[in-house]
Design a protein around this ligand. Sequence first.
Ligand code: GLU
Length: 448
Amino acid sequence: MEHKTRVRYAPSPTGQLHIGNARSALFNYLYARHFGGDFIVRIEDTDVLRNVPGGEESQLSNLKWLGLDWDESPDKGGPYGPYRQLERLETYKEYAEKLLEMGYAYKEYRENSKKYAIRFKVPNDVELSFKDLVRGELKFHSKDVEDWIMVKDNGIPTYNFAVVIDDHLMKITHVLRGEEHITNTPKQILVYRALGWKVPEFGHMTIIVNEQKKKLSKRDKNVIQFIKEYQDMGYLPEAMFNFISLLGWSPQGNEEILTQEDIIEQFDPSRLSKAPAMFDKNKLAYINSRYIKKLSVEELSERCRPYLVKAGISIPTDDWLKLLVGILQDRMSYLGEIVELHRAFFHDDFEVKEEAFQFLVDNQSAKLLETFKHHLMVSDFSPEAIEPLIKQTGLDTQTKGKPLFMGLRIATTGDMHGPSLPISLALLGKDRVIHRLNQTITKLRGES
Ligand code: GLU
């Protein structure tokens, strides 16, 4: 009988969700959802000293934020629980005793003590090869494996022992995990064999490297590596999901911007890569900007609002916010960037750049600017009200084309190019625009 596909993500609650762990979780999730199987989250907390308070909650909440869900876990329960290893000590004890009885393990007493650790007795001459889903046949031999500790003298099992008991009892069919576990696999296979259990399929995912091709290390300060940090900066979960899915996997077609549904549908374990996956920051920024562009202005405004509020930027009205977001949407690669872009746009040390100023000089724009200013002073300051004033100013001063449009833009924004002028001016507000026009006019008069 074919068994239902069951995979798991088994984090140790030693800290925040790291990009590498997120990838393990995500690929297991994709595997389960693609093949209509179950996805289980199990907490491997036997390395007691390394556990951190809140580690489990933050792992789970970060995974939820990324858009993953699961069928069984400590917070959800399920038929194969408990799902925290420290709550399963009785079970490990039972199997450790069995292995002792059968002669597959032995006690190692601490000096002058009744306490003992239990070591697995590795046979001398057996092949421990397995067919890795990612790498193909991997060959190991028992003569290269030492008698390893299964249970420590405090009664707590080690990872290599507990993982086998759990994967078997939880009916796990496929184990996708990081490359660093390849050398653990022969030890685990020994336990499966000793207990007469079926060995699951293993797949070891390639390492993630930085742009210098060095293995990504948590201490590498040049790469932001924790999911929560991306969340805080304003990366969209959909974009993160998409980006992470491309770390060591690739879709068949050229299109890399894919929804979660697309990825689930297209996921194919035979396309998991053997070569290291490069963590490409620019690609992440690009993917995120694509997702930002897809949002409606209303949605994006609401997502940006908290960043502006936190930066102490006052939002006069909802319409103002929508205008702002509308003109900056194409330039944002993460939501928090709105603050910086806003600053650049409203900079108080307003200054017209050299080349732009020369344009005003060459076109003798002083009169044009005066006229525009007078129209603006008595006008409403909505984009709709400002729009016709540009034309009117052109008519009044017999100016058109570039000298008109670029001239007004330079004098009010300092830049030769930019987003819609009426919208930009409406956002800047009357006082600021009039002030800038006065500054520019004074400077121009000084030149002539
Ligand atoms: N707790 C292990 C880790 O976080 C799990 C490895 C596995 O998936 O077997 O690396």
